[in-house]
Design a protein around this ligand. Structure first.
Ligand SMILES: NC(=O)c1ccc[n+]([C@@H]2O[C@H](COP(=O)([O-])OP(=O)(O)OC[C@H]3O[C@@H](n4cnc5c(N)ncnc54)[C@H](OP(=O)(O)O)[C@@H]3O)[C@@H](O)[C@H]2O)c1
Length: 233
């Protein structure tokens, strides 16, 4: 399978990319930091065939898709089988002092960045492709909410709704769209959201689950927002 994954320079995306490469899939790994993407290359060279990994430093919110990312993708992939929209930003700040700019920054990455990516890749999906968005329990309707995460959680709720809309709108193109609303996994972002909290789920374990769901979940699910949480948070 040809897989495009964003936010692959650290945490869950990093581990998801490694797991896919271990299964011999071809991966284009995207994040802003080229240094951290080099770290992914190094990690892969010890565990899987690094020739199947292509890294591309790119900002999903601000990058030039038509002049930069898409030519890179088309040189490596005839078609895209799986797009994992995993990149994310978090601000942990009480709502009364969260600036409008901080809200906008989160929505630009956590929603518009994924919109940009999906629109740019749309002409190049294979029949039966899977778009997997990485949401959050924070944005899951009726879930327990935590102070300080209003901007983050509301941006994830928008991504959840986008998933449901696109599952219908892209059905004619035979593209399935799902979203995993993650609980917690031990990453830098979790530390920022819940300082001092230790998740029982490692980034590696979550990455393994996401890789498996990205490869197989669309056989049985479409337009679903699935909670992936054993604890709260
Ligand atoms: N960890 C959890 O407990 C948890 C819970 C619920 C949901 N999630 C979701 O899971 C996903 C992965 O989170 P994580 O915990 O692994 O966090 P993380 O380690 O902070 O990873 C976030 C990734 O997103 C990338 N990124 C951020 N802004 C970007 C941009 N504008 N363009 C391209 N890449 C960008 C970062 O790379 P660069 O900085 O190099 O760009 C990094 O690779 C996120 O969507 C997050 O909201 C995580």
């Amino acid at each position: 399978m040809n897989v495009l994954i964003t936010g692959a320079s650290s945490g869950i995306g990093f581990e998801t990319a490694i797991n896919l490469l271990k299964q011999d899939h071809v991966v284009i790994a995207i994040a802003r930091s080229s240094g951290k993407l080099d770290g992914l290359k190094q990690a892969v060279s010890c565990q899987a065939a690094s020739s199947r990994l292509h890294t591309f430093p790119f900002d999903i919110a601000d990058g030039d898709y038509s002049a930069s990312l898409i030519p890179f993708v088309l040189e490596r992939f005839e078609k895209v089988d799986i797009l994992i929209n995993n990149a994310g930003l978090l601000v942990n700040k009480p709502f009364p002092v969260t600036r409008q700019q901080e809200f906008m920054d989160l929505f630009r990455v956590n929603v518009i960045g994924h919109v940009n990516m999906i629109q740019a890749v749309l002409p190049y999906f294979n029949t039966g492709a899977h778009i997997l968005n990485i949401g959050s329990m924070g944005g899951f309707q009726g879930s327990v909410k935590f102070p300080g995460l209003a901007a983050y959680s509301s941006s994830k709720a928008a991504l959840h709704a986008l998933t449901e809309c696109l599952a219908y709108e892209l059905a004619e193109q035979h593209i399935k769209v799902n979203c995993l609303a993650l609980g917690s996994a031990q990453t830098e972002m979790l530390k920022a959201a819940f300082p001092g909290y230790k998740s029982p789920v490692s980034a590696e374990e979550m990455g393994r689950f996401i890789a498996d769901f990205a490869l197989n979940g669309h056989r049985l699910f479409n337009g679903k927002i699935l909670p992936v949480a054993v604890t709260t948070p």
